[in-house]
Structures are given as C-alpha cells and as structure tokens.
Design a protein around this ligand. Structure first.
Ligand code: MN
Length: 481
C-alpha cells in the first residue's frame, strides 16, 4: 500500500485591536445591535471614500516584526471583486501583489521537535459582514464589515494535524503578546482557513488542495485536517481525483462538507484600489514601530526560566495565558518569591476559579495584593500554608468583602507555636490511634506523616508544622505514651 504525506498551508485572519474600522471612523466593536456600527464605506454608500486607519497600519507592521517578516517599504491596496450580500461595495479592499509584509517565520515545538514554518506574506484587509441563515431566510449584519484584519499566509510546510494546531497556538500567543490582536476565539477574532492536499511520500510536487474555511478553534482545526486527509486518501485509493473546492467544518457531525467549487485568484479581478494612495514607509517609521513592540512569548519564557526559576511546564502555562502571567508578575512584584507565587497561582487560585466557574483570573475576587498579603503572613509564620488555603476558599465562598486579616481573626486561624498546646494534640492523637502509634514505634516511618496530619487536623490546620514534626519525632525517643 502506498503511503501519503499531507501538505498543509494555513491562512489566519486575525482582527486588529483598533478603536475604529480600517477605512472609516465607525467603531470596531463586538456584540452591538445589528447594523448599528456602520460607516459610509463599510455600508458601501456610493461616492464614499476610504481613508486608512493609521493604527491598523501600525499594528500590521508590528505583527510583521514580531513574526520576523520583511516590512515592505511600498505596499498597495487592491480590490478583490466578488458579489455577495455581506459585501455591499461588491469588492473587498485587500492587498494582492504588494502586501505590507513578506517572508517571516513562526518557530515552535511540536511533538518535542523544533519546527520553523515559513510565512509567504501578511496582508492587510477589511472584514466582510456576517450572514445568518435561518429557516430559508438570510439576515445581514454589517457591524463587522470594514473591521481591520491581517491575513497571515504560511507556506505549505506543515505535515500533520498536530503540527497545524501547535503552529496556530504559537502564532496566537505571539499576536496576543504583541497586543496586535486580542485573539478572542469565541468572537472569531482569530480564525483559520486550512489548505490541505496529500501526495505520495517522497514526491515533492503540490497536488490539488481543498480549503477548509473559517475554523475558530485549535482543536477543530486539528480534527478538520485529520478528517480531510483521510477523505482525500480514500478518494485517491478508490481511483478518484481530489477536486479543488472550498469546504466547511461541521463540528457536530465531525466532518467537512462541500461549500463551493473554489475560485482562483484570477476570478477576483484584483486591481489596485484607485481611492487609496500607495503606502510608503521609511526605515525610521518601521524602527519606531519595532520599539513599541511589547515582550514576545519566546523572550518571556526565557525570562521566566532564568530570572524566576519556574519550571518549564509552568513557564509554558504562563506563556499560553498572558492574563495569568500578568497576575503572577503582580504577586511577585509585591514581594513573594516567584516559585511560591507560581505554585499558589497555578494550583490553588486556578483550582478555585475552575471550581467556582469564574472564567478569567482578572475576574477573581482575590487580587494580587490580597494573595501577596496572605503569602507574606505564611512566610512570617503568622498562619500555616494549610490555613492560607482555607482563607483563599473563604474569599470565594463568602459574600462579605473581608480582608485577609479579618478572615484570620474571624476564623481563628492564626498559627499556634506554643509547644504545650501542640503537645496536647499529639498526646490525644497517640491515644486515638494506638495501632498506628505502635507501628511507628516499631520503625515504620511512613506512619509519621499520618500522625502529623492527624495533629494538624485536630488543630484545624493551625499547629506549626515544624514543631508538630519535632514533637512526633520525639515520641520515638520516649517510647511511651
Ligand atoms: Mn482574506
């Protein structure tokens, strides 16, 4: 049996984080009443003239710099002509043969292998409106029409569905870190078209591809490509020919479906938009945009490993979730050691957010100031780590807005360092668990943890753990109850 290699190229549309649309002053906002966010050009009013949003241009340049592209000193807007109800002008303003960025690459780890996927180019374009098909009628909402996008086109260098998903995750992280796009997947601000073809292993030609349109989840892209590879192999093995077509992804049915036979570039009759001037950039302007780029994920990861000494896997979680790493850095800035802060944020805090179904750490009732206050008290020995976990939980459960200190007082959680009372609990536990105590005296050291745990429980987590350990250790010397 022949074996096949998949050849995958990805086109990502990322929405730029601007206040207004690409060519008019209408707001770039989501979730507003249908057709309430229109400007003249996005509504396609005859005679209206587009005027470029400079912030969108700047963000496109920064995206290119973050992705190692060559920023073109000259680029041109082109009209992409097609007729569709979501496009009242009858053409989309895009870029064609002279886009804003050329080349570039995304480097990431996939399946423990370092991969570098090259980009063909990045172009700047406006979004179209949104159609909702409903029971035989179609509704048009033009709020999204004219919103600025960059389209990031990779070379067909990806060969597995997993590699495609890893590429997208890394690209997404770079765009979010560089503040080019908010990357909101639910709102469709980062969506992917996947071009997929197969070829016999060893062949270097490109065979006919299909394009899967508009998938906005990493997992779905992976599944859609998986399905598409299998579908194409089945066609070829059955003696058929793969046809060039545009397909959609049906997440419920777990398969791709035919949308339309694909148009080629010449069908769009691209030509330079006569309403817009050619963009000419100086090197100074490009350098200035570079200086405005925030820290990128690869540099950040390095900083976390070197300066913060957090583990590789923790660093990766922070890179993938910028809002969590922002929170974490605030806690560190307030005097908590990075390793301690990482543990509390990633395990305790995220655990509670999940349990109480709070979507984002930015909506947490516990602010970085409150968490650092709590952890400083653990460090000073005022409360035990166990009590601190209790305090955190109370923040989530309680409807009152209490401070750390108030909760400690109210719940009587301050740590006990007084040897006599801890000794009382130790004596009590020894009486309650005579068998375990005997095993301990017989040299079964594992039981020690159990006894210490029971003392902690009896003290409601308040007993100083070190003193407790010492007293339980001392039992061995005494050999008596
Ligand atoms: Mn496009």
């Amino acid at each position: 049996m022949k074996t096949y290699q998949a050849v995958i190229g990805l086109e990502v549309h990322a929405q730029l984080q601007t206040q207004s649309k690409l060519f008019c002053v209408a707001p770039n906002s989501y979730g507003e009443q249908a057709n309430s966010q229109l400007g003249w050009t996005s509504a396609g009013l005859p005679g209206s003239l587009p005027s470029l949003n400079i912030e969108a241009l700047n963000l496109a340049i920064r995206a290119g710099l973050a992705l190692n592209c060559r920023i073109q000193r000259k680029s041109v807007f082109a009209r992409k002509n097609y007729f569709y109800p979501d496009l009242p002008k009858g053409y989309q303003i895009s870029q064609f043969d002279e886009p804003i960025c050329m080349g570039g690459f995304v480097e990431f780890n996939s399946n423990q292998t370092k991969r570098r996927i090259h980009l063909d180019h990045i172009h700047l374009e406006e979004d179209a409106g949104k159609l909702t098909h409903n029971l035989g009628s179609t509704l048009v909402n033009l709020n999204r029409a004219g919103v600025p996008l960059i389209e990031i086109v990779s070379k067909p260098e990806i060969h597995t569905p997993q590699e495609a998903a890893d590429y997208l995750r890394h690209l997404h992280s770079i765009l979010v870190h560089s503040k080019v796009s908010d990357g909101n997947l639910e709102e469709g601000n980062f969506r992917c078209d996947a071009n997929v073809s197969i070829r016999p292993v060893g062949d270097t030609r490109l065979y006919t591809r299909t394009e899967i349109k508009n998938v906005n989840s990493f997992r779905f892209v992976e599944k859609a490509i998986e399905f598409e590879i299998a579908r194409q192999i089945a066609i070829v093995e059955g003696g058929g020919t793969v046809l060039q077509e545009t397909r959609g992804w049906d997440a419920a049915a777990n398969k791709t479906f035919l949308m339309r036979k694909k148009e080629d570039a010449e069908d769009y009759r691209y030509f330079p938009d006569p309403d817009l001037p050619v963009i000419r950039l100086t090197q100074e302007y490009i350098d200035q945009q570079r200086s405005l780029l925030p820290e990128l994920p690869d540099n950040k990861k390095q900083r976390y490993l070197t300066d913060f000494k957090v583990s590789e896997s923790d660093a990766q979680i922070f890179i993938n979730h910028p809002e969590i790493s922002h929170y974490f850095e605030n806690v560190v800035q307030l005097g908590i050691s990075p390793v301690t802060a990482a543990g509390w944020v990633l395990t305790e805090l995220l655990g509670l957010l999940k349990e109480f179904q709070i979507e984002s750490v930015s909506l947490s009732k516990v602010t970085p100031a409150m968490l650092s206050d709590l952890l400083l008290r653990v460090e000073k020995g005022e409360i035990t780590a166990r009590s601190a976990k209790k305090v955190l939980r109370i923040f989530f459960e309680s409807s009152e807005n209490l401070s750390v200190q108030e909760i400690i007082k109210k719940e009587n959680l301050s740590q006990l360092v007084d040897v006599e009372s801890i000794q009382n609990w130790v004596d009590q536990i020894v009486k309650s668990f005579p068998n375990e105590f005997q095993q301990y005296l017989n040299g079964k050291d594992k039981v020690k943890g159990f006894l210490v745990g029971e003392v902690m429980k009896a003290s409601k987590g308040r007993a100083n753990p070190e003193i407790t350990h010492k007293l339980v250790e001392a039992l061995k010397e005494k050999k008596t109850i």
